[in-house]
Design a protein around this ligand. Structure first.
Ligand code: HEC
Length: 284
């Protein structure tokens, strides 16, 4: 009787596992179907990493602090005109290798909303390390009005919010180009309308952001690195990877430590089992 119950429970588990696998497989296949459904999708390109890759990509990640500082500079001098960075505070910049005094000076170089202590009216003041990065627009309506009705999204978590995060941001920034001739021929409607720009890495091929990085030397890097468009895109994508997951490097390192510990605990348990059962004899 017990054996029968055991078999039934086993069968039940197997059924649930198969069901879960089957529904997952169907979902994946369904996505494939949807992608093929829009024929324009053939002109969409997969995001790719910059040629040299990144120090934080792979099994032994680390942050390249000089690169993150350059990426921050690109954000500050270019992207911050339109994009907010709501979840990052100036004090977080200490993690990029800036000293306390540098963080203070950096914070003070930004203007944040404040209150006039004499009148109680809304005003502005220089930032402090505890402040968060200010938004470039008063609200979404102002943001949309200034950008052809598209609201520039907050960039703090962008590399987490899009498939192939870091590679996507890099590819998007370097991917602006004229629509392929075949696309124009097949889908005349897909040519970018007024205020839109063609980019095969963007989900629907045309977006409201004009190419933000257009010329080499647009930013003068504090560390003297040559600021090619490629370099600026590489660096700002690295910076946005850090803003989205500052603990990435620690997370992977901790993972290795936990794996090591689990391996050690397994060996210990196996030795203990051998020891405990060393003198036991089989009865049958
Ligand atoms: C002149 C304003 C402006 C500047 C400067 C700008 N952007 Fe944008 N950005 C936009 C707008 C508007 C959108 C929304 C586009 C849309 O949805 O069609 C956008 C969208 C994006 C997106 C999201 C695309 C998506 O998948 O939804 C990313 C990523 C991005 N910008 C990164 C950057 C980076 C990095 C910089 C700096 C190098 C930058 N932007 C500079 C206006 C700007």
């Amino acid at each position: 009787m017990i054996r029968l119950v055991g078999i039934l429970v086993g069968l039940g588990f197997t059924f649930v596992v198969l069901l879960a696998f089957g529904s997952g497989a169907l979902t994946v296949m369904g996505q494939g179907y949807l992608v093929e459904e829009t024929a324009e999708h053939a002109f969409h390109e997969e995001a790719h990493m910059p040629a040299g890759g990144y120090s934080f990509d792979g099994l032994m990640p680390s942050w390249d602090l000089a690169q993150l500082q350059r990426g921050y500079q690109v954000y500050k001098e270019v992207c911050s005109a339109c994009h907010s960075l709501d979840y990052v505070a100036f004090r977080d910049l200490a993690e990029l290798g800036y000293s306390e005094a540098e963080v203070k000076a950096e914070a003070a170089s930004w203007v944040v909303p404040g209150i006039n202590p004499d009148t109680g009216e809304a005003s502005t003041r220089p930032g402090m390390p505890t402040d968060y990065f200010p938004s470039p627009y008063a609200n979404d309506i102002a943001a949309a009005a200034a950008n052809n009705n598209a609201i520039p999204p907050d960039l703090s978590l962008m590399t987490k919010a899009r498939e192939h995060g870091t590679a996507y941001v890099y590819s998007l920034l370097t991917g602006y180009q004229a629509p392929a001739a075949a696309l124009v021929e097949e889908f005349p409607d897909s040519v970018p309308g007024p205020g839109l720009h063609h980019n095969p890495y963007f989900a629907n091929l045309n977006l409201a952001m004009a190419p933000p990085l257009t010329s080499d030397g647009q930013v003068t890097y504090a560390d003297g690195t040559e600021a090619s468009v490629e370099q600026m895109a590489t660096d700002v994508a690295a910076f946005l990877t850090w803003t989205a997951e500052p603990s990435l490097v620690d997370r992977v390192r901790l993972g290795w430590i936990v794996m090591g510990f689990l391996l050690f605990a397994t060996i210990l348990a196996w030795l203990a089992k051998k020891q405990v059962w060393a003198n036991a004899k089989r009865k049958d």
